[in-house]
Design a protein around this ligand. Structure first.
Ligand code: ATP
Ligand code: MG
Length: 234
């Protein structure tokens, strides 16, 4: 099975060549760690290869998302990208042709069905859900969440897309066990300086670099220093 690039060279090296396609991955990190930026690298890499990408934003409104990402050189107005605004709004509005926000953002089943339909119609090969937290909080019972999330992954996996979820570090870890890979973005305070480190927690079906490697966010997005070690690693 070939690999697909994340769009970040150093991260691909850590993953021994990139992600195994058609599986689901989780990117975890605290506020401002670069989860959305990493997800955009992933989506844009697909666009470079003439693939189509679907991006569902649950927290950051599309206008600020486009503005912020354009600073890294990501053009979200590309015809091969579809951005779905699933951020909370005061009034009811349509997300897809026949789906109201209230239904979409509060039901995993609805989300799975809608995404499935979108992929069937448009053949999206890369999908981002950023972040998972909002929809996750709609199910409080842990067993129920586990079951629902697994059904969701199973439904999506039929369509052969690679899917990337983001989530906040504080979240409980249920989905870490269910996805194929977990990448963590860590922020460490060291003598008043912020150090950023990236670590692969798991990657089913592959060996991987288990070190905590430094990364930086620059005007071109995320750069991973895969040959360096973050000295004060945790
Ligand atoms: N040119 C730049 N150089 C360095 N850092 C930058 C630059 N542009 C943006 N940043 C930083 O990059 C980060 C972008 O983070 P991003 O939105 O991807 O994080 P996130 O993990 O998705 O955050 P949130 O939890 O708010 O969703 C911000 O912390 C921002 O301050
Ligand atoms: Mg974000």
């Amino acid at each position: 099975m070939g690999r697909i690039s994340t769009g970040i060279e150093g991260l691909d090296k850590m993953l021994n060549g990139g992600l195994i396609p058609r599986r689901a991955y989780l990117v975890k990190g605290g506020p401002g760690a670069g989860k959305t930026t990493l997800a955009m690298h992933f989506l844009m890499e697909g666009i470079k290869n003439k693939e189509k990408g679907l991006y569902i934003t649950f927290e950051e409104p599309v206008s600020t998302l486009k503005e912020d990402m354009s600073k890294f050189g990501f053009n979200l107005d590309h015809p091969n990208i579809k951005i779905v605004d699933a951020t909370p709004v005061g009034e009811k509005k349509m997300i897809f042709a026949d789906v109201l926000y209230e239904e979409f953002a509060t039901s995993f089943e609805k989300l799975a069905r809608t995404i499935s339909e979108e992929i069937k119609a448009e053949k999206y090969s890369r999908i981002v859900i950023d972040p998972l937290t909002m929809i996750k909080l709609t199910i409080l019972d842990e067993l129920e969440y586990r079951r629902t999330f697994m059904t969701f992954l199973k439904t999506i996996s039929k369509y052969k897309a690679t899917i990337l979820f983001t989530s906040e570090l504080m979240d409980s870890d249920i989905e870490e066990f269910l996805v194929s890979g977990v990448i963590e973005l860590r922020t460490i305070e060291e003598r008043g300086k912020t150090l950023r480190g990236i670590k692969i927690i798991k990657f089913r079906g592959s060996t991987f670099d288990e070190e905590l490697r430094p990364y930086r966010i620059t005007s071109k997005g995320i750069k991973v220093y895969h040959q360096e070690v973050l000295l004060h690693g945790v």
